[in-house]
Design a protein around this ligand. Structure first.
Ligand code: SF4
Length: 728
């Protein structure tokens, strides 16, 4: 290893450790040593320290033993005339640096300066981790670039950011150089920052690099089932599964070197634009560790090569960039050239299949005025019909493909899409319009992407785009008829009426033993896959993560156990899980990965269950916040008394039907009650529980914060769960 780098990294580590020590003392002086210390809404305490050492920092004095560990890890400064193999000590210095940086950032939350200010976002909470982590699971985000410092100018910063976005990478930004920062440069250029655009400004200091490392560390705990304290597995997990790298832009200080040494522990290499020594031999990282002097127009490509990332870029013939990284881009009214639908003008989108001789592949027709006929900020009606044909195409696939219109449109820079069917709402930005974007390009996107992702079932795609109001209204009526027929078909599908379920093992990349069994009445835990999606996905990619699972003979109809399903589970969980009940959270419940929308947890003294969605960050009556519960239940484990599931499953007739079903619900946070109000009332009516009256018998945080308070509330409200048989 380069002696110069090791010397600088170790020097930097000592400086940051000293800063951390001073920060702790200052915080203790101001707040007292029992002052609670935490990053907002996380169940992982101070995450890198927790993940690597298992130490739960709850109050300021808990940092003292961490400081001891930092001192133990810190190697002595490198001597001028002594040459040693420096890699080990430099890596230790790197880890000590990350611990010390976490202390500094955590203390800032207590005594300031607040990490969340101006453009800076500070720590990502567990809701963001799960929401974004799933993109690392399903491959829509291949990795992240941690950008430290600033580009030489704003244009270069924008170019580097765009290149990362076009490759669907997240960009995590920290530190500054030459009086500015990469994030500030993007802000100056009017680029939208935030989690939605994958351009995340963590903080203006190098210490904010720990938010990126902490994200990766928590991903291993959340999705990989890695236990706190198992630092070796955590680091290996990151090297194998989280494709991240550091881009160091500007003069590399001792503190930067120290932080980069911390990143190398995770297998994350550093690529620099300045002339620093390189570390080329492979070892901890997959390939080189430090590559320097890379020109700005090649730096993203070089980083991808050095990290060993495989990136698929879709070629779509439109005049704006196209990548999943643009899907969170918003187009405000003042940035918009034109909008369609959204209750402002009539609109719809409808995908239908036709006989093969009635579809001309690649044909895109615009029927009515195009967007160059409207004034800036104007509106037009819009009807999009996508006609597809293919030997393997089935009518049941139509809604699955139609839902892709939303996703594909949002991948185009400057095109924004919301809703579906006859409630769609689309905007085109002024920038996209100036770049030459016209209505035919919506057709070109849909043609290219439907072929790209669904070529195994589609042979031909043609698109018609209508802006003539009378025509849009006429076709919308036809489309509405079809939407109603589709809904009736899906509503009629039950578990008992089919012989085959579908598996999903997509989350095994993060939770190796997890298998979702998707049935017509039990969607995947993430809520993104129902039975029809599973079937379509299998047809599209027969070797993919969605496989048909024959039910076979029933082992126990009530529990929802079948012989062949159990056999499948044993095989796909690598023998870790022997049996799975589709309808019970007590007896052999389904495993939970980490992407579930909700968790149901037994509240033993109430004879019922509470349900908490991932968006609810407060304490729950079972004594755990969602994030702690998720850590207990997730990672591919089977945990009797707890299950992860989708929102949709709550109103399914099969919802924990073996354990008493829907009427076992005794506590829901208000937000979930409100979000699902109508369907909850409808389900309660269906069961003869009195609709709205039943909802009033379910406790929420405004009336019960503990299990005892829930029990008291239920007794007063005469909740039916009280009279039911015990759950176990
Ligand atoms: S269906 Fe299950 S395995 Fe598939 S992505 Fe969703 S949660 Fe993960």
């Amino acid at each position: 290893m380069s002696r110069k780098i090791a010397a600088a990294a170790i020097r930097g580590a000592h400086k940051i450790a000293k800063q951390a020590e001073e920060m702790i003392e200052k915080a203790i002086q101001e707040k007292g040593e029992d002052a609670a210390v935490e990053f907002p809404n996380t169940g992982y305490f101070i995450p890198i320290i927790y993940a690597m050492t298992g130490h739960e920092v709850r109050k300021l004095s808990d940092f003292r033993p961490v400081m001891e560990q930092i001192r133990d890890l810190l190697p002595p400064p490198v001597e001028e005339r002594l040459w040693l193999p420096y890699l080990g000590p430099a890596l230790d210095a790197g880890m000590a640096t990350l611990f010390a940086e976490e202390i500094i950032e955590a203390c800032k939350y207590l005594i300031g300066p607040n990490p969340v200010s101006d453009i800076w976002l500070g720590a990502a909470d567990d809701v963001i981790l799960r929401e974004r982590g799933i993109q690392f699971v399903d491959g829509t985000a291949p990795g992240f670039a941690a950008i430290v410092g600033a580009a030489p100018d704003t244009e270069t910063a924008v170019e580097i950011a765009r290149k990362c976005q076009e490759r669907s990478l997240y960009v995590f930004m920290c530190a500054h150089s030459n009086g500015t920062s990469f994030a500030k440069q993007l802000e100056e250029a009017g680029v939208q920052l935030g989690w939605d655009t994958r351009l995340v400004p963590f903080g203006p200091d190098i210490t904010a690099a720990i938010y990126a490392a902490g994200f990766a560390t928590r991903a291993a705990l959340t999705f990989g089932g890695v236990q706190p304290g198992d630092f070796r597995r955590n680091l290996l997990y990151n090297k194998a599964r989280v494709f991240a790298f550091v881009l160091a832009l500007g003069e590399v200080t001792d503190e930067w070197y120290a932080t980069a040494a911390g990143a190398i522990n995770f297998g994350f290499p550093t690529i620099a634009d300045s002339d620093i020594p390189q570390i080329l031999p492979t070892g901890v990282c997959t390939y080189e560790h430090v590559v320097s002097n890379v020109p700005h127009d090649q730096i993203v490509e070089k980083a991808i090569e050095v990290r060993g990332l495989k990136i698929k870029v879709s070629e779509v013939p439109i005049p704006v960039a196209f990548s999943p990284a643009f899907e969170g881009e918003r187009i405000r009214k003042e940035e918009m050239h034109v909008e369609f639908g959204g209750q402002r003008t009539p609109g719809f989108e409808w995908l239908t299949s036709l006989p093969i001789d009635q579809v001309e592949d690649g044909k895109v027709e615009v029927i009515g005025p195009d967007i160059d006929t409207v004034e800036e900020g104007g509106q037009l009606p819009l009807g999009i019909t996508v006609e597809v044909a293919g030997r393997k195409m089935q009518p049941d696939f139509e809604p699955v493909l139609e839902r892709q219109i939303h996703i594909f449109c949002n991948h185009a820079q400057g095109l924004w899409h919301m809703g579906q069917r006859d409630i769609n709402w689309i905007r085109v930005s002024k920038d996209a319009y100036k770049a030459g974007f016209r209505l035919e390009h919506i057709g070109k996107i849909l043609h290219a992407m439907l072929h790209e992702d669904f070529s195994s079932i589609l042979d031909k795609v043609q698109v018609k785009i209508y802006t003539d109001e009378a025509k849009v209204k006429e076709l919308r009526e036809q489309a509405r008829q079809v939407f109603q027929e589709r809904d009736a078909r899906l509503a009629g599908l039950t578990d008992d009426a089919v012989d085959v379920f579908y598996s999903c093992t997509l989350c095994q990349s993060f939770a190796p033993n997890h298998v979702c069994i998707i049935t017509p009445q039990h969607p995947g835990l993430c809520g993104a896959y129902n039975w029809l999606d599973g079937r379509a996905a299998y047809e599209i990619n027969p070797a993919g993560p969605n496989q048909p699972v024959q039910k076979g003979t029933a082992v126990d109809e009530k529990l929802g156990q079948w012989e062949k399903v159990n056999r499948f589970i044993v095989e796909k969980s690598q023998g870790a899980i022997e049996r799975m009940s589709a309808y019970s959270m007590i007896t052999d419940p389904m495993t939970s990965c980490g992407c579930f929308e909700c968790i149901s947890a037994l509240l033993p003294s109430t004879n019922g269950i509470m349900i908490v969605p991932r968006e609810y960050s407060e304490m729950t009556p079972c004594g755990m916040k969602f994030s702690t519960l998720a850590g207990t239940v997730g990672g591919g484990r089977q945990t009797p008394g707890f299950i992860g599931h989708s929102r949709q499953y709550i109103i399914s007739p099969k919802f924990i039907s073996a354990d008493g079903g829907f009427q076992r619900i005794v506590w829901l946070p208000k937000m979930l009650k409100e979000d699902l109000h109508d369907v909850l009332v409808a389900r309660a009516e269906e069961l003869g529980l009195g609709g709205e009256a039943f909802l009033d018998k379910i406790a929420d945080e405004s009336v019960a914060a503990t299990e005892e308070e829930v029990a008291e509330f239920l007794a007063k409200a005469e909740h039916p769960a009280i009279e039911m048989d015990p759950m176990f």
